[in-house]
Design a binder for this molecule. Sequence first.
Ligand code: QAP
Ligand code: CO
Length: 171
Amino acid sequence: MTQLVILNYPDARLHTIAKPIKTVNADIQRLITDMSETMYAAPGIGLAATQVDEHIQLILVDTSKEQNDLQVFINPKITAKNGLQDYEEGCLSVPGVYETVTRAENITVEALDANGKAFKLKADGLLAVCIQHEMDHLLGKVFVEYLSPLKRNRIKSKMLKHNRGITRNSY
Ligand code: QAP
Ligand code: CO
């Protein structure tokens, strides 16, 4: 069991743009295992490599009730999106904060799986929201950046207080 350290908003490293993964090797598979253990322990339904300070294009999602359906997306690309939906989101990097964000209702995503095999998936509802939220992390974007400056600044202050004394922060 390896639990990785999750970066907390407003850590500047959360704004890093992730690089594509060239080969899905044993190091990547080890990271996938460690990230899944970190996500399930939290517990969370999604985690991007960015959040554990690994700036490569890898996200994990498990929106199943039983938390037994891990979906791995390497170098994900959204090739189609339709409609809009509002969803109350949270984020393991912004603990205790839940706010409504508007995103595409239906998406088609193309990615590589944990074995490096290409696949294509159509998603809607929570799964679609979660994939879009996690892909934003790979672009250095945190969901609170969709909120008004007033709300975002309140969240920033709250998080800075919450993070006080955590020495690994980097602002
Ligand atoms: C992203 O977020 C997501 O504040 C994944 O105290 C969330 O797993 C996409 C969590 C909702 C769509 C809808 C948050 C755990 C988990 C917290 C998460 C907390 C403990 C967040
Ligand atoms: Co997040």
